[in-house]
Write a protein of this length. Structure first.
Length: 95
């Protein structure tokens, strides 16, 4: 299960990097909560804080046995799809 947590962590870093790249190219954040926070604070630190909070939450649930492996795998699949979407959006921006 720790391997899947490592994969999820790497995917979070990928999400930060692709989001910041798109943001600096004129993209917008579609998550309304994050979009509001971006207006008040540095987007990079908002993302880092949000991702760290998410990973701590997942780690605690894993530690106390409330998060089955299939949920971690589903989260990884979801974030992999999100990164693919970010890549697609970035590719469209370049045209």
């Amino acid at each position: 299960m720790n391997e899947w947590f490592a994969v999820l962590s790497v995917l979070q870093v990928g999400d930060i990097l692709t989001t910041m790249y798109a943001f600096h190219r004129g993209g917008i954040e579609v998550n309304p909560l994050l979009a509001r926070l971006f207006k008040r604070h540095d987007p990079m630190w908002v993302l880092v804080g949000a991702k760290l909070a998410f990973l701590v939450f997942v780690a605690v649930l894993m530690k106390i046995g409330l998060l089955p492996l299939w949920v971690i795998q589903a989260l990884c699949a979801g974030y992999a799809a999100l990164l693919a979407w970010n890549g697609y959006q970035i590719a469209k921006m370049r045209k």
